[in-house]
Design a protein around this ligand. Structure first.
Ligand SMILES: NC(=O)c1ccc[n+]([C@@H]2O[C@H](COP(=O)([O-])OP(=O)(O)OC[C@H]3O[C@@H](n4cnc5c(N)ncnc54)[C@H](O)[C@@H]3O)[C@@H](O)[C@H]2O)c1
Length: 269
């Protein structure tokens, strides 16, 4: 096996903060909403071009236009269903045609099942696992030549506190997110030799369109009573953490899980 190319992993002893380095483009799945959109805004705020992928091309393009209007940074939007491996391949080609210097990838697309074991079907299982878990290695394969060519490339996969906590409501989601933690460690071993870092992020309860129906349905303060910081998280608090993991500030961090949950997994309340 060839020796790792330390230069390409952007090893730095620089102490001045530089969250915008490397300045390569970043692809974000699920980029039209919630945590994906907040991540796109965080990256654009430090000048990194972004490609927002989402199910609906118009929503993705609208979100990209809002990012460019707010920060003046290049942003494009594409309609890609990440459950479809051919669509991932076509989306990668279309993205690279417009942004040839892709050096970051954030897999944030997601859905949550709410039917527990009793309502699980073959279709709901296949769909949930495909969007969260199966998409990740194929996204990486589609962008590998570009990630390899750009110094300091990094990947962030969105897991969840549900990868660790047991919740009867969403077994498919929990399985997909648990798989993310494991496959990230395996992929980190493969990608390290190419100077590419990969980490997972596990958000706690963050107020996005995905969480809102649960907040509306449950008694007031239901989630907050367990959380050590006694509040839900804001999407920007995840966007900033992802931006850090993608930056040279995190140059020696790979194969890690960054839990950003306000003190939830660790809570005994
Ligand atoms: N909000 C939270 O509290 C929370 C906590 C932990 C983890 N997460 C994870 O964060 C990620 C983002 O969630 P969010 O809260 O921003 O939800 P969200 O619903 O606001 O955004 C998810 C986006 O993913 C897109 N999407 C869904 N299926 C897709 C597919 N097959 N292909 C492409 N795009 C698809 C949706 O259209 C949507 O725009 C998800 O992976 C979710 O599991 C969220």
């Amino acid at each position: 096996m060839p020796a790792p190319d330390r230069e390409s992993s952007n090893m730095t002893t620089e102490l001045k903060p530089d969250l915008g380095s490397p300045g390569t483009a970043v692809v974000i799945t699920g980029g039209a909403s919630g945590l994906g959109f907040a991540t796109a805004r965080a990256l654009a705020a430090v000048g990194r071009p972004v490609a927002l992928w989402d199910l609906d091309a118009t929503r993705a393009a609208d979100a990209a236009a809002r990012v460019t209007a707010e920060f003046g940074t290049r942003a494009i939007g594409l309609g890609v269903d990440v459950r479809d491996l051919a669509a991932i391949e076509a989306g990668a080609q279309a993205t690279l045609a417009q942004l040839p210097n892709v050096g970051g990838l954030v897999h944030c697309a997601g859905i949550v099942d709410t039917d527990s074991l009793d309502g699980m079907t073959e279709e709901s299982w296949d769909s949930g696992i495909a969007v969260h878990l199966r998409a990740l290695p194929f996204l990486i394969k589609a962008f590998l030549p570009s990630l390899k060519a750009q110094p300091g490339s990094a990947i962030v996969a969105t897991a969840s506190i549900n990868a660790t906590l047991g919740n009867a409501v969403n077994p498919i989601y929990s399985a997909g997110k648990g798989g993310i933690l494991s496959i990230v460690r395996s992929l980190a071993d493969r990608l390290g030799r190419d100077g590419i870092r990969i980490n997972s992020i596990s958000p706690g309860q963050i107020l996005t369109p995905m969480l809102q129906p649960s907040v509306d349905a449950l008694p007031q303060g239901y989630f907050e009573k367990r959380i050590l910081l006694e509040r839900l998280g804001a999407p920007e608090e995840i966007g900033r953490a992802v931006r850090f993991l993608l930056s040279d500030e995190a140059s020696y961090i790979t194969a890690a899980e960054l839990v950003v949950d306000g003190g939830n997994i660790s809570s005994q309340r």
